[in-house]
Design a protein around this ligand. Structure first.
Ligand SMILES: Cc1ncc(COP(=O)(O)O)c(C=O)c1O
Length: 458
């Protein structure tokens, strides 16, 4: 990242621009705003999941096709939200539609195994270099199972996780996801902060938090809890406060450290798997952990999850000591969509498309940042990227404290008003690309960003 002179962002101006942009947005979303009042009568908050109500208001979607979606007001967008990164295949991809339709006509659920298993298992093994796989229905379930396997195999309880990462919605890992700076304690010894009310302190006592990209801090945690650590879970590239890439050697260092202390390393590849590259972070960074957790993009838009691991870790399952089970695990609709995704859509050449659009986008955004001397830089890999509003590299969660969320919110508003749909904006300007995105789609993003950058710098 080149160090250069940049402008100071005027936050009063940002506040004014937010008021202007919100004023432009609201009239375009009357049907969404009204429908929420109807839905609220019997649905808590009028949305199915709390993040769907991110400010300024929930936007209800009508349909999607390729790289585009339409909301219930009839507004059309290029979609960079992509259902939190699940739709890397693009919306209504003909191969997925065909596979799901074929399966619907043959029955949608048996809770018995079907004959897509071997192809999918082999495909994932080749991509992620782990021999054995099981299936579930979400990223939450995949990381829950990873923690269970590490604890069951070592007989230890303690899990080490990274500060500022999200691994799903269960009590084992929902700590220090976006911790309040007043509660998070010193960097050398972060406090394990529950991310929600209702999580007992007893669970917090089983989790130790360390900063990303710091092998010494991880070693200290292992040394302080010698013979108590079952394993460490890490998002190999952090995705929830912009994209933060691992320093060279960091991930291999973690694997070595875990093994030195008789523990396991799990990669949470729910966001990075099959998006950074064909083999996710394992391929992109050349490090094979003991466990890989997958979800989102592997299912082509169906509820999905998968966990891959070594034979050693799956022994308790294969031997029947632990029943890793779920009614909808390996659901035939999901498996049909997953098979088509892995074998027909997200094939090796799909990553040439993603990398091409990624390059186009980064070049355009980088030029705007340069032209207007914004205190920001562009980062990412494969289908995932972000603008980070900092002049110094953000290497861990605490480095992002200087980023004012009003700036990322304003960037989001400019994109939304310019026909680009993004995931909620807090501390991030992150996008996901699909194999259906084109240069023209990327240009729309770049044009909106240029308008935003010019407004900030004027
Ligand atoms: C890295 C990571 N792990 C796990 C999850 C949980 O996945 P799900 O929402 O499918 O339960 C998410 C969700 O965003 C995630 O980003």
């Amino acid at each position: 990242m080149a160090v250069r002179e940049s402008i100071e962002i005027d936050l009063d101006k940002v506040d004014q621009l937010i008021t202007d942009q919100e004023g432009l947005l609201e009239p375009q979303h009357r049907a969404s705003i009204d429908y929420r009042e109807t839905a609220r009568r019997h649905v808590a908050g009028g949305v199915a999941s709390s993040w769907q109500a991110a400010p300024p208001h929930a936007i209800y979607i009508d349909r999607g096709e390729g790289s585009h979606i339409w909301d219930i007001d009839g507004n059309e967008y290029v979609d960079y939200h992509l259902g939190y990164g699940a739709m890397v295949v693009g919306h209504a991809h003909p191969a997925i539609v065909e596979a799901v339709q074929r399966q619907v006509a043959s029955g949608t659920h048996f809770a018995q195994p079907t004959r897509d298993l071997d192809v999918i298992g082999e495909n994932l093994s080749e991509r992620f270099s782990l021999p054995l796989w099981r299936f579930c229905n979400s990223g939450t379930e995949a990381t829950l199972e990873a923690v269970r396997l590490m604890r069951a195999t070592t007989g230890q309880d303690l899990i080490i996780k990274i500060e500022g990462t999200y691994h799903g919605h269960h009590d084992s890992l929902m700590f220090s996801v976006i911790p309040d700076p007043d509660l998070m304690g010193p960097r050398e010894h972060p406090v394990t902060v529950p991310q929600a009310p209702g999580i007992p302190q007893a669970f917090a006592d089983l989790v130790r938090v360390v900063p990303f990209n710091d092998l010494d801090a991880a070693r200290r945690a292992f040394e302080e809890h010698r013979d108590r650590v079952a394993g460490m879970i890490v998002e190999p590239a952090m995705m929830n406060c912009g994209v933060i890439l691992p320093d060279p050697g960091y991930l291999q260092g973690l694997a070595d450290l875990c093994h030195e202390f008789g523990a396991y390393l799990a990669f949470d590849e729910v966001k990075t798997g099959v998006t950074l590259s064909l083999g996710g972070a394992v391929e992109a960074f050349g490090v094979v952990p003991d466990i890989v957790c997958l979800a989102k993009a592997i299912g082509g838009g169906t509820p999905c999850g998968a966990i891959g691991a070594t034979g050693e870790l799956f022994r308790v399952v294969v031997d029947g000591e632990y029943d890793m089970a779920g009614t909808f695990n390996g659901n035939p609709l999901t498996m049909a969509a997953m098979k088509a995704t892995l074998t027909e859509v997200l094939t090796r050449d799909a990553y040439d498309v993603l990398n091409h659009v990624d390059g186009y986008l980064k070049e355009g955004l980088g030029a705007s940042i340069e032209r207007h001397r914004l205190p920001a830089y562009v980062t990412g890999i494969g289908a995932k990227g972000s603008v980070i509003y900092s002049t110094t590299p953000v290497r861990e969660y605490r480095d992002s404290f200087g980023i004012d969320e009003r700036v990322t919110y304003l960037a989001w508003l400019f994109q939304q008003n310019g026909g680009v749909f993004k995931s909620p904006w807090a501390k991030q300007e992150t996008w996901t690309l699909s194999v259906r995105h084109s240069d023209e789609d990327a240009q729309r993003y770049v044009d909106n960003f240029e308008t935003f950058a010019a407004a900030l710098a004027s």
